[in-house]
Design a protein around this ligand. Sequence first.
Ligand code: SIN
Length: 531
Amino acid sequence: MAMESQVDFLVMGAGVAGLRAAVELARHGDVLVVTKESLGESNTHYAQGGIAVAMEGDEDVALHFEDTVNAGDGIVYRPAAEALVSEGPVRVAELIEWGTSFDSEGGELLRTREGAHSLPRILHANGDATGAEISRSLVAFAQVHKRVRFAEWTTVTGLVVAEGRVVGADLLGRDNRLERVSARATLVAAGGAGQVYSDTTNPGVATGDGIALAALAGAELADMEFYQFHPTALSLPGVPRFLLSEALRGEGAYLRNDHGERFMERYHPLLELAPRDVVARAITREGIGERPGEMRVVHLDMRHIKGIDLHHRFPGISAFLAKYGLDLDRDLIPVRPAAHYLMGGIRTDLTGRTNLAGLYAAGEAACTGVHGANRLASNSLLEGLVFGARAALSMLADDLPITVAHPPKSVPIPLSPLEEQTLEEQIAKLQAAMWAYAGLLRQESTIHLGFASQEACAEGLARLVKQGKGSRRLSEARAMIHVAHAILHSALARTESRGAHFRNDYPQHDDKRFLKHSIFGREEQVVFEEW
Ligand code: SIN
């Protein structure tokens, strides 16, 4: 039997955006924060390099705005960038007040530089564990509020829509128990979807659930063709694609091809600190061998750096590398790009509202247009803080009534071991196809191959759903299929190259037609809009 309950505010996701919103909402009502695993297992937790913020007054804020707009390759929605950089300092100051401890020396906050920033403005914590520190402190702060409740190991399997309004969600517990929660307002802050790709820096939970559920409920998606590939994830056979922070290059790391040559001067005047999309494509090109399928290794090199204790500055990275016998002081570190961050997502206005009443979105799951076609490094944690707070204020201002939704009639039937195995195989095929066909370099023919794989996976899933089967993994598979579908459609429709979206068959910008944002709606059509 399915259960039912009520809460004022439902928050899907316990990363920086969800937690920041929860803190705000708890001042006015009861909040339920739902997270698929234990608290802290989010993209936020794994953010290494830091949080970009202009703390030095108006001139500094104006420069941060300029850098954000320039990195976004022509389509940053300027009012969103304005909100991000101007509210950022207040939100970060608040975070410090609430217990986040950034690295400092003699009472001064330390700042590093990353790609496409005109000056060092990136705060960091415990060297290279900034996200973990923000997540730790926000969870602790939220836990003090008696009105915030956390549902860990719980998957949202559907949003409940009544009379055109989102009125709650279905939650599946670890024991496969289903609960329908009615809420006055629901926030999707469930992060990105790196797991759609076989190669990703994202943890296993990043399957795009929030984006897909919002779309299935009738929300519009925007800019789904813009998936950011982080240039430097560790590249060792059989080893997870561990993130090697852009801050390594901020502290002076070089990139070298397999001839030992620093190659970035052939691609951009900012060399290793060029915008992320440029560096990721340069590494990909340098990595392509002469024979089909042949891969050449590109390395990060810090051996020349003197005067910085690299193990102290990057303790997490050093410890991970040490497991594989690698040392930043001594060794060349093999790297390749990996899917990292979705610029697109659920279309929202600057207040976190979607096109569906009762449904709000913030953070990586949302698309305000703040990042345009390519996000500036370390703007994502700031985005979560600023737009998480903004979304919460809208949820409070809208003051919607509760509508009690009827509980679902049936409970899901668990998958058999064989069905689970088949599902995993289908997911792996989809992830590999997305990487090969809709990754850093795409073209019409490869995108069609991506569709073929996505449809095959969708058919397998439909058979299980028809039999009334349900599980967390099935729900994640449905989300990945849906997100892949939106990426493929949007990538096919944008017949130009811009930011993170590179079409081999249309390698140039087409400003006349595409200085716009793509919208993917219910009719599965992509339309382009100027914002
Ligand atoms: C990194 O540390 O390189 C990641 C920061 C980001 O994604 O902005």
